[in-house]
Design a protein. Structure first.
Length: 298
């Protein structure tokens, strides 16, 4: 079967998972950097929330010879394991007053997300876009989120500035920033080379630091938190290079570093090509932070 036939087959033959009176739908989602996916939504009778099970990886299994009935059984197992994991009240999404304290922002690449940005409120900053989402469940290692779309603003009868104002306040409060020495992160990490144990921290520059948030999800947004870059630059006594290693984190380097700017650009491009998933790439550019002007530039 072609992919579309496969998706339709799964939809038609996995209906029993939802049980009597339940419903199965296919939700086509535009993810970060133009990655488009089809999600199977299994909604049992009387429920108003369900996990989304993306089908792309299952189609890959199918094309590699996996029996499609086994695939449906795998989907059923995943559904049973996850259907009760998220327990928030979806009614809070209906009104701005009940959701505004949970609205936060993240940063994505502007050019790579033009199709998505047609559907969501956003603010452009340099080659990035600030987009907004609701942090619905951020406890016990779980993270349930809902991206905010233009029709949400219409239903809430608010403007993008109302959402932006809420996100500016909430994001640093709900997703605390964290800066760690990269060498410390590699502490006690080693590899075996020619029979000898090599400590990776010895190969990491001592003046490289990782900025993210405590959940390590969408942590690159921390570059926009008030005073985070300024306080760190003052502590180091230097302006900063900002290397966008992914949407989840950035690397900070004092401009006193021995690295040439071209080297840093090549480093970012190489990591984006070989070490980061396509939907997690933030930018190929290196940014600079000027602590006197408190300004980020490309």
């Amino acid at each position: 079967m072609e992919y579309k036939e496969f998706v339709e087959y799964i939809k038609m033959n996995a209906g029993y998972i939802a049980g009597e009176g339940g419903n199965i739908t296919i939700n086509h989602v535009i993810k970060n950097n133009g990655c488009e996916m089809d999600g199977l939504v299994i909604m049992e009778k009387g429920k108003d929330i369900a996990p989304t099970i993306y089908l792309d990886s299952f189609y890959e299994l199918y094309t590699n010879g996996e029996n499609i009935k086994n695939i449906i059984r795998q989907i059923e197992v995943i559904y049973e394991q996850n259907k009760n994991n998220v327990t928030f009240d979806v009614n809070i999404l209906k009104h701005f007053d009940t959701i505004k304290d949970k609205i936060v922002y993240k940063v994505v690449n502007y050019r790579s997300n033009e199709k998505l940005l047609e559907q969501v409120p956003h603010k452009r900053i340099l080659d990035l876009a600030v987009v907004f989402y609701c942090l619905l469940d951020n406890e016990y290692g779980r993270s349930a989120t809902a991206l905010i779309y233009n029709n949400n603003l219409k239903n809430w009868d608010v403007t993008i500035d109302d959402v932006y104002k809420a996100a500016l306040k909430n994001t640093p409060d709900l997703l605390h920033s964290k800066i760690s020495s990269m060498a410390a992160l590699f502490e006690k990490c080693g590899v075996n080379v020619d029979g000898e144990e090599v400590d990776l921290k010895d190969y990491v520059p001592s003046d490289m630091y990782v900025l993210t948030n405590e959940s390590k999800l969408n942590g690159a947004a921390c570059i926009l938190y008030e005073n985070v870059l300024y306080d760190f630059a003052q502590k180091l006594g230097a302006d900063l290079y900002i290397l966008p290693s992914s949407v989840h984190e950035v690397i900070l380097l004092p401009k006193l570093s021995v690295f040439e700017k071209d080297e840093l650009v090549n480093m970012v491009k190489e990591v984006n090509t070989e070490g980061v998933a396509a939907d997690e790439v933030l930018s190929d550019h290196v940014y600079e932070y000027n602590r006197t002007e408190r300004l980020i530039t490309m």
